[in-house]
Design a protein around this ligand. Sequence first.
Ligand SMILES: C[S@@+](CC[C@H](N)C(=O)[O-])C[C@H]1O[C@@H](n2cnc3c(N)ncnc32)[C@H](O)[C@@H]1O
Length: 272
Amino acid sequence: MESTPSQAGQTRRAASETLSGVQAGYDRWAAVYDHDANPLPALEEPRVREALGDAGGREVLDLGCGTGRHTAWLVEAGARVTAVDFSAGMLEEARRKVSSGRVRFIAHDLHEPLPLPEASFDAVVSGLVLEHLRDLAGFFAEARRVLRPDGRAVVSAMHPSMFLRGSQARFTDPDSGEVVAPGSLPHRICDFVMAGLHTGFTLRRLGEYAPDTGFVKRYPRAERYLDWPMLVVLTLEAGRRAPGSVRAGGLGTAPEPGPASREPTSREPALP
Ligand SMILES: C[S@@+](CC[C@H](N)C(=O)[O-])C[C@H]1O[C@@H](n2cnc3c(N)ncnc32)[C@H](O)[C@@H]1O
């Protein structure tokens, strides 16, 4: 059912309120983010690396880079990386961790147009950020705008089914013992997919991943999620844009969505 303009306005306001603590929450999380044995990044990283392929010599944009987890291995692999985040605390950790002439960090809110030129990147990576964004269409439009036509975006998110288990991004502050949840929205998988397709991306692969017993042995915190999907990873191809279809910092004309594919198992073949 379509919403009326006033319903849509209320929804946007409610989403903004939910997300009002994200920046401050991650500023607090920054000091312990890399050390709190969170199983999700461990489940995610090999999938993102494999989906992105060889990064050597490529120009890569890391959206919501956090403490630089993806930025670090990309630089190590020989990429030039532009890493964007709005949390000063997370960026400070990332700067400390990754010092290289091939990385630049930009403090920026992903709800605003990227301060980056069109068609200037070979790849976009974004790890575990989508649940903190109210404007998925704007995010994917900007990701596609800055990609070259043969560029690829690999975007991961905490699986929406985690919300059914009462789980969302949160950490325990080691100083106060307080559980801090920066603020997350319960998007659905179709919200991710359709936002990407409406922007003009082609969906190359959609993977949903659950921890198996071997993973749980290594990351005991994941035991309660054994065989439960914790992670979704979209691999998208930018393709050519119709002339005049993209304006800097905004949505262009949305082409008809392309076909979506879904692969429910984590044992997918490598991309050609
Ligand atoms: C769960 S962390 C993931 C960090 C990193 N990508 C990783 O996978 O380790 C989410 C990150 O998204 C950032 N973030 C959330 N909303 C944002 C926004 N509107 N603009 C910029 N960064 C945002 C947070 O500051 C945080 O660093």
